[in-house]
Design a protein around this ligand. Structure first.
Ligand code: DON
Length: 550
């Protein structure tokens, strides 16, 4: 999709159209992104949300880039052992399913902050919410993709009566093309229009959330909601082969890991190796392994734990991470040397982006964490709450739902934000925004963003090719590679195995099993060719994703 005045990419056509509608009404890219964010809460209930949180990287046309942190926070009653049973073992499901799995939601605070401070001023609060309210009130025809997704998650959604009633129509599943209206959610959005975003944190919506938590066994209170704050953080800045990029600092691990991986890769001539060669895949896996080891060990919410960000991103440190790289052999994860020499300091999601002709750029990833979050819908308010508490370390040495091992740095504390992998990123060329990207996918968010960047910068792919190209993922532990179908030839994959790499899904090597193969990430992206030439690419892995131009 190409356009000259603006572009919005998101996981859903109605949501992208909401952003374009706002641009046509005189809004800038930030206004558009906010409208798209609210619309996704209606049309992509697996991840679009009011009851979750996220990160937004904004590059305003005039002014400094900023990272908005509207990540969920642990409620006041949360404590480090809250997901352990009486024997000290992690109680299965407690941090992922049901009311106790939720952090205090940040999305509404984040979106109102973005609109109020970085919007054009041409779009009222009422206007920016209107496409979402209309979609919830009037309903929209369900895509085959969403109808199937709801059906596939029937057990999760049926675990809570309100979720079952709304999203499964009481068990009478919605069919493709049927109109899906959400009257309770429409009422909530209308109340937000009239009362302002503070309704969500101090008003009737806050009361509905707190009541639902009490009834369902959660611990989020009115006081927790009232205390929620968006944090503006300095963007994390890095460079790669002459390109600059701005991305998310902690409590995301994504920016640091991305900077480390790109820094480790810079000395290698990936272009000469070729995108699908064993040499190139080997070095890419090895940098992923090393960055994720540091993620596990050192990262957490910087407001609670001193994250050694400068040391972890220092060029000499990053170069040193590859000191034990062997060009011919995989380094077993268990044998990696410790990263920092001494440790003295006490560290289904959806992605969308928008650009406009004035030069405003937004890259935003927000989430409920798992598909449909905790599975709990706030009674009377019609929206799902997140299960973001699972992103904390429930117990050191025990994996979370993404198989991530994490440290004390990410232990649960009241008011703390769980470590994230969300990596909304803007790549600059000659100081001007060039590539806007990001993805869902838990830890594979970071490796997806990496591969989109490498494909564009090193392998000269068009944006469509860069987004579509088969991806791989390695996260240090477990010590194995997940890959999409078509990553490389059988011969190349066998060479990599001979070097000591393990592929989790051997049967997915072959192209013919594509239908059954895993899909890694959904990198809806925009390339700015010129100030009036935008290319939007919806990731083909999600049939409903849509790029729309203006
Ligand atoms: O913040 C994070 O890293 C996770 N909560 C993201 C979850 C996610 O991407 C799920 N989507 N597929």
């Amino acid at each position: 999709m190409e356009s000259s005045r603006g572009m919005v990419v998101s996981a859903d056509g109605f949501a992208s159209a909401a952003g374009i509608e706002i641009m046509r009404a005189g809004g800038n890219a930030i206004d558009a992104a906010v409208a798209t964010g609210f619309a996704l809460a209606v049309t992509v209930p697996r991840a679009g949300n009011l009851g979750g949180g996220g990160f937004m990287v904004i590059h305003p046309a005039d002014g400094a880039a900023v990272a908005l942190d509207f990540r969920e926070v642990a409620p006041a009653a949360a404590h480090r052992n809250m997901y352990l049973d009486e024997n000290g073992a992690v109680a299965p499901g407690l941090s992922t399913a049901g009311a106790l799995a939720s952090g205090v939601p940040g999305t509404v605070a984040g979106l109102v902050h973005a609109w109020g401070k970085y919007g054009s001023g041409n779009i009222t609060w009422d206007q920016v919410l209107e496409p979402a309210r209309r979609l919830a009130h009037d309903g929209f025809p369900l895509s085959a993709d969403l109808a199937q997704h709801l059906r596939d998650h029937r057990e999760w959604l049926a675990s809570h009566a309100e979720s079952r009633r709304i999203f499964l129509r009481g068990g009478d599943f919605y069919q493709p093309d049927e109109r899906f209206a959400q009257p309770d959610l429409a009422t909530t959005l209308e109340r937000l229009q009239h009362e302002g975003a503070s309704d969500f944190y101090h008003g009737e919506t806050a009361a509905l959330i707190a009541n639902s938590q009490t009834r369902d066994g959660g611990v989020i209170t009115l006081a927790d909601l009232g205390a929620y704050r968006v944090i503006e953080r300095p963007v994390l800045r890095g460079t790669y082969r002459g390109f600059e990029f701005i991305t998310m600092p902690p409590p995301s691990s994504g920016g640091i890991a991305l900077q480390q991986m790109l820094g480790m890769l810079e000395p290698y001539d990936l272009r000469a190796m070729g995108a699908n060669s064993a040499d190139r895949i080997h070095v890419v896996i090895e940098v992923m392994r090393r960055a994720f080891r540091d993620r596990a060990e050192y990262l957490g919410d910087p407001d609670f734990h001193a994250v050694p960000q400068d040391r972890l991103t220092a060029p000499a440190y990053i170069r040193g991470l590859m000191a034990d790289f062997d060009p011919d052999r995989a380094t077993p994860s268990g044998e990696l040397r410790r990263g920092l020499p001494t440790w003295v300091e006490s560290t289904e999601t959806t992605h969308f982006g928008a650009v406009d002709a004035a030069g405003n750029v937004v890259s935003c990833t927000y989430t409920l964490n798992g598909n449909y979050g905790s599975g709990v819908t706030v009674a009377g308010a019609g929206f799902l709450l997140n299960n973001e508490m699972d992103d904390f370390t429930a117990k050191v040495g025990v994996k979370n739902m993404f198989g991530l091992l994490q440290s004390e740095a990410n232990a649960i504390k009241p008011g703390k934000r769980p470590l994230s992998s969300m990596t909304p990123t803007i790549v600059l060329r000659d100081g001007r925004p060039f590539l806007v990207t990001g993805s869902p996918g838990g830890p594979s968010i970071i490796t997806t963003v990496l591969q989109v960047m490498l494909n564009v910068i090193d392998h000269d792919m068009t944006l469509a090719e860069a987004v579509a190209a088969p991806r791989l993922h390695h996260q240090w532990q477990p010590d194995r590679i997940t890959n999409e179908a078509g990553l490389a030839t059988e011969e190349t994959l066998a060479t990599l195995e001979a070097m000591g790499h393990t592929f989790a899904l051997r049967k997915f090597y072959a192209l013919e099993s594509e239908a059954a193969a895993p899909r890694i990430g959904t990198a809806n992206s925009i390339m700015v060719k010129d100030s009036d030439h935008f290319i939007g690419v919806a990731d083909p892995r999600r049939p409903s994703a849509a790029a729309m131009g203006f």
